[in-house]
Design a protein around this ligand. Structure first.
Ligand SMILES: [Zn+2]
Length: 231
């Protein structure tokens, strides 16, 4: 392959330099495209935005914006698969900090959102548990109507699929059980499934699932959790 001979004119300012490099055609071809492919592969076929969990992840967002930390423009751990709404419209260059200068957003590449956010499954809404959870909900508008509607629907679909899995398991129909576990695993709004599995082990799980104790039993079943690679 011929070496690229085009010259990249770089500004002495680190922010502008990083931005120029990140958006340069040659760099995008050699870095952006394979990087997006890797992030997509890690999304396990769902290819969803790591912030809202709903839209397709079409962009690579810099969790810590280039303007704030240009040296992280090409830092693997600073790259997040995101939809254009979350990346460009809602987050943009915003990066809220607490009074000690620490990030107030949940980093989806490094942090478990569970200590910061609780998904109220039946309502489809996120409830903040910490200031970081509050800031993340506000910045990404996580309780907007379409997301809430999608989560409620995903909750009902997942419940039905888990019931099918339980029926197949009880009848020792392993192929059907594997099929239904895969359907659960591939639900497009993955945060709903993750919240169901997480909340099933919560100390107040009996209260959270009081309307459907059978569902709680299934969600705690090690065979289902193992099929979904959750312990
Ligand atoms: Zn999004």
């Amino acid at each position: 392959m011929a070496e690229c001979t085009c010259e990249i004119v770089l500004s002495p300012e680190p922010e502008a330099r990083a931005r120029t490099l990140w958006s340069h055609t040659t760099v995008r071809r050699h870095v952006y495209t394979p990087l997006r492919g890797l992030l997509t592969d890690m999304a396990a076929g769902r290819e969803r935005c790591m912030y809202c969990g709903d839209n397709q992840g079409t962009d690579i967002d810099h969790f810590e914006p280039i303007d704030r930390h240009p040296m992280r423009a090409f830092d693997w751990s600073n790259h997040v698969l995101a939809c254009s709404l979350c990346n460009s419209h809602l987050k943009g260059v915003a990066f809220p900090l607490d009074e000690d200068g620490r990030p107030l957003l949940i980093d989806p590449t490094a942090e478990d959102p569970a200590p910061h956010l609780r998904l109220v499954l039946a309502a489809g809404t996120y409830h903040p548990l910490t200031p970081k959870g509050r800031a993340t909900i506000d910045l990404f508008d996580l309780n907007r109507g379409l997301l809430v509607k999608g989560r409620i629907s995903a909750f009902h679909v997942t419940k039905a699929c888990v019931a099918q899995w339980a029926g197949a398991t009880a009848e020792c129909d392993h192929d059907a059980a594997t099929h239904w576990a895969a359907v659960v695993d591939e639900q497009p709004i993955a945060d709903v499934v993750q919240a169901m599995l997480h909340q099933a082990l919560d100390p107040v799980a009996e209260f959270l699932f009081e309307d459907d104790p059978q569902l709680l039993t299934h969600l705690r079943d090690p065979r289902l959790r193992s099929a979904l690679l959750i312990t």
